[in-house]
Design a protein around this ligand. Structure first.
Ligand SMILES: Cc1ncc(COP(=O)(O)O)c(C=O)c1O
Length: 467
């Protein structure tokens, strides 16, 4: 179990196994990003675990418990659905303990992540990404099935495995209490499976610590509509076709005293500032946690100590949050120089239709272009860009219906183009023009959300004079 193991020989200080190096992570005081705040913000940096994330704790704990229960036997096969850190943690533990690891991953994950799992000797099984949680090809459904069909197979199931939160109650919580000398007053952490916040929070609450969850703004845990967001590995996305949305059993809602809901822009800004101002290269969910911690600390006094859990390293996200182009294309960052896309796009607002709407109805819409977007219970004025499935031109639909009235009953989705090209509102205009050619509809994004759908020609107008 996590902790310092020392060799028997008095002259050496050696871990008997890599697995003894899991846990015991440092706690670090933030100094610059916290300027002006009376309260302290200290961070628990989980990227120093040997597999690179907080998930090493849960992986080792779940394996040890399965061994104890006899669910995992020598030569057995560990199976999990994971797009990232838990897969790596399990692959690492499997390599050390002589098990085979099979990790089911959504087919959208970065090639580097697949390479990483394979480097540990894991077998990687890609499957469909955005499918409802009941779907046979959903990552977790596939993983459970493969475990059942494989001799010696065991499904780790971090979402519902009590060994996941328990290890945080046994290690992460006590470590924070001891490292702060009992001074911690607030714990801030994100919720993915909920293991970290539930276990750590449960322990620290016994000492009167307030537990604050942080959640991406549109995540369902803290009341969002479940639509997509861009910070990975935290929060709860809800596929629109989900019939029965269940939350993980690893997540004990009763532990969380309150939530801070953090928009992606705030998470990503803080993530980048941590690297540049504190020298702390961490992932986006760590940025979410620190953004929340800064909000919490702003309301507190000099005797308060806010501890935020930072789950993993920024090395996993160099081509995303730390890439200026990626940020600009999604509308999270302005290019160094204008004129910008927003200087010429005059149309604002999104006319929308949903799959299932008829061609006849959409043809009546008074708009040059209509975005076909996934239906959600609450219709927000802007839509997260992955929700835009396609585009239609009502004028073309009117022509279609005029020529063939029977088409009026068709599903509009069957007449839509694929997902449109997208530009960030703060992208340099010349760069955006060069990137997108042809006569195509273009989505304009602000903070990863579509604010307008315009013809490509709209990018060709010169910038309007200032004033
Ligand atoms: C980068 C990152 N952040 C946050 C989390 C959420 O932690 P938990 O699942 O313990 O709630 C995870 C979990 O996979 C993660 O990988």
């Amino acid at each position: 179990m996590p902790g310092r193991a020392v060799g028997h020989d008095q002259d050496v200080d050696v871990h008997e196994s890599l697995l003894d190096a899991v846990g015991g992570t440092p706690l670090i005081r933030l100094n610059r990003i916290t300027e002006g705040l009376a309260a302290q913000v200290w961070v628990k940096v989980e990227f120093t675990n040997p597999g690179g994330s907080v998930k090493d704790r849960a992986a080792l704990s779940m394996v040890r418990e399965a061994e104890r229960l006899g669910d995992l036997r020598p030569g057995g096969v560990i199976v999990e659905g994971s797009s990232g850190n838990t897969g790596v943690g399990l692959a690492m533990v499997a390599a050390q303990c002589g098990y085979q690891a099979v990790v089911v991953v959504p087919n959208t994950i970065a090639r580097e992540k697949i390479a990483l799992l394979k480097a540990y000797g894991a077998r990687v099984v890609p499957t469909e990404s955005k499918v409802p949680r009941e779907h046979p090809e959903h990552v977790n459904v596939m993983a459970r099935r493969i475990a059942g069909e494989t001799p010696g197979g065991w499904y780790a199931n971090q979402y519902d495995n009590p060994a996941n939160p328990r290890i945080h109650e046994l290690t992460t919580g006590p470590e924070i209490w001891e490292q702060t000398g009992g001074r911690v007053t607030h714990l801030v952490a994100g919720v993915g499976t909920g293991g970290t916040i539930s276990g750590t929070g449960r322990y620290l609450k016994q000492h009167g610590v307030t537990v604050v969850g942080v959640d991406p703004e549109s995540s369902a845990y803290a009341g969002g509509d479940g639509s997509p967001y861009f910070v990975e590995s935290v929060g709860h996305y809800v596929h629109p076709a989900t019939v029965d949305d269940a939350w993980p059993e690893s997540y004990d809602q009763g532990v969380v005293d309150r939530f801070e809901r953090i928009p992606d822009r705030e998470s990503l800004t803080v993530t980048r500032r941590l690297a540049r101002e504190e020298g702390l290269l961490v992932g986006g969910s760590a940025g979410t946690a620190v953004a929340g911690a800064l909000r919490v600390a702003a309301e507190l006094g000099p005797d308060d100590v806010v501890v935020a859990v930072l789950p993993d390293s920024g090395r996993n996200y160099l081509s995303k949050y730390f890439d200026d182009e990626w940020m600009a294309h999604l509308g999270f960052l302005d290019a160094a120089e204008g004129p910008f896309v927003r200087d010429v796009v005059t149309t604002r607002g999104l006319a929308v239709a949903h799959p299932g709407h008829t061609v006849g109805a959409v043809a009546e819409q008074d708009a040059a272009l209509v975005a076909v977007v996934t239906a959600r219970a609450s219709d927000a004025p802007t839509r997260s860009s992955p929700e835009v499935l396609g585009a239609v031109v009502p004028e073309e639909l009117r022509r279609l219906v005029r020529d063939d009235p029977e088409r009026a009953g068709d599903d509009v989705a069957d007449h839509a183009s694929g997902p449109p090209a997208a530009v960030g509102a703060g992208e340099n205009l010349a760069d955006a023009r060069a990137r997108i050619d042809g006569d195509t509809p273009v989505l304009v994004l602000v903070d990863g959300r579509a604010v307008a759908l315009v013809p490509r020609a709209e990018l060709e107008q010169g910038p309007r004079p200032i004033g």
